[in-house]
Ligand binder design. Structure first.
Ligand SMILES: [Zn+2]
Length: 120
């Protein structure tokens, strides 16, 4: 029961959004960095939320690129990314959505949180 509550809590902890001109050297987890600032966002970076992974994931937002992500900023300042983030070509193979500042893992059930993320 505790575990279940913990998982739900982890799922609903929101991400922060940082609109920056350049990617900082030190990246915090639970943060979406949008590089280029609000005027010309051209890529987003997040630290992979899976604890055993922690890869920095770069997502192209540039309109010139075919395979690009869109960012949606909600009224409360939270960010959604479309489509989902699916890491291929790296061992982690993490697959998740960022919806309204929350990570939603692609695994079911819908409140799934990877085992290694459950006790932080
Ligand atoms: Zn990963």
């Amino acid at each position: 029961m505790f575990r279940w509550i913990f998982n739900v809590w982890a799922r609903f902890r929101p991400y922060r959004t940082e609109w920056v001109e350049d990617l900082p050297d030190d990246l915090h987890k639970n943060t979406v960095y949008i590089i280029g600032g609000r005027k010309h966002p051209f890529y987003a970076a997040i630290v992979c939320p899976r604890k055993t992974c922690r890869q920095v994931i770069h997502l192209d937002l540039s309109p010139q690129v075919d395979k690009r992500w869109r960012i949606i900023e909600h009224v409360d300042g939270q960010i959604s990314l479309s489509p989902s983030v699916h890491v291929t070509g790296l061992p982690c193979r993490c697959h998740y959505w960022l919806r309204k500042g929350r990570i939603v893992w692609s695994e079911s059930p819908s409140f799934f949180v990877p085992e290694e993320n459950r006790h932080d």
